[in-house]
Write a protein that binds this ligand. Structure first.
Ligand SMILES: NC(=O)c1ccc[n+]([C@@H]2O[C@H](COP(=O)([O-])OP(=O)(O)OC[C@H]3O[C@@H](n4cnc5c(N)ncnc54)[C@H](O)[C@@H]3O)[C@@H](O)[C@H]2O)c1
Length: 270
């Protein structure tokens, strides 16, 4: 059901790779709620071609940008300002990658070149996008910026590896930049901490099946799906949440505040 929550709003969605991607669902949901969007992803992801399907559905232009490259981001905002005839009202940062995870290098053994690359893509990119947007005045008054994160920023999940550090940094950037952009232009910046979700990035984590089943059992409401995450993101882009900023918001069926559940106790008693 649509409520016209984003009627007249314009946004940029980073990170839709395929139908499983959280960003894919957010794009569909934002358009359903009346928004006009631009889709962006790394050039290598665009070459896979899947994004064109979503672009057609959403009547959205696709503008490639490697988020580790400032020139690419400047180009994206220049084109978005031309396309929309002004700034945007919302941005979704749905980007994450760790070379250490991909190569199965455990946390104590991390290769620092890989660590740097993962940090640049997964965390610093939020700063880069915000800094570029601020310089170019590319986000409208009371705009809303969201980045997706995971609870491994606060608690240890060993196989999440250096992505845990990347997420802690990402959440800190949202808080700190949220102060500056808030005072300058009332732009609000938050992170949404989502349940484990079956996507390309998610499934790359070692032992993901055990991980997702455990979270399901440890959450009073069960795991939140990508579609439900999209619903939540849409509310945070809307004018109904104008005074929410600099927060890390758990969207996880209650996992983050649950000590133990009956389902887990029963499993342990077997
Ligand atoms: N899947 C989960 O379990 C889960 C849980 C909590 C948070 N998240 C977060 O949600 C976000 C989206 O991930 P997803 O699960 O939808 O997986 P996904 O693999 O569909 O999305 C990750 C995206 O990052 C993009 N990307 C990688 N390098 C890039 C670069 N240099 N420039 C631009 N884009 C680049 C990829 O092309 C891809 O579209 C990530 O931040 C992820 O950490 C995922």
């Amino acid at each position: 059901m649509a409520y016209n929550l984003l009627k007249g709003k314009k946004g940029i969605i980073f990170g839709a790779l395929n139908e499983q991607s959280i960003a894919w669902k957010v794009a569909q949901r934002a358009v359903e709620e009346g928004a006009e969007i631009i889709l962006s992803n790394a050039p290598i992801a665009l070459r896979m071609g899947e994004l064109n399907k979503l672009a057609e559905q959403c009547n959205a232009p696709v503008i490639g940008a490697d988020v580790t490259n400032t020139d690419d981001i400047v180009n994206l905002f220049t084109k978005s300002q031309e396309h929309f005839g002004g700034g945007v009202d919302f941005i979704l940062h749905s980007i994450g990658m760790s070379v250490n995870v991909r190569k199965g290098i455990s946390y104590p053994e991390n290769n620092y070149d890989f660590t740097h690359k993962g940090l640049d893509i997964s965390s610093l990119s939020l700063h880069r996008v915000l800094q570029t947007a601020m310089k170019m005045d590319a986000i409208n008054e009371w705009g809303s910026v969201l980045a997706l994160t995971y609870i491994a920023a606060q608690r240890v999940f060993p196989d999440y590896n250096d992505m845990a550090d990347n997420k802690a940094y990402l959440e800190s950037i949202a808080r700190n930049f949220g102060y500056y952009y808030g005072t300058k232009k009332h732009v609000r910046i938050n992170t949404v901490s989502q349940s484990p979700t079956r996507t390309t990035a998610g499934s790359g984590v070692k032992g993901f099946d055990g991980f997702i089943n455990y979270a399901e059992k440890m959450s009073p409401l069960g795991n939140a799906s990508a579609d439900q995450c999209a619903d939540y993101c849409v509310t945070l882009f809307s004018d109904l949440t104008k005074m929410v900023t600099m927060q890390n918001l758990f969207h996880d069926g209650g996992f983050s505040f649950t000590g133990v559940t009956q389902a887990v106790i029963e499993q342990m008693e077997k």
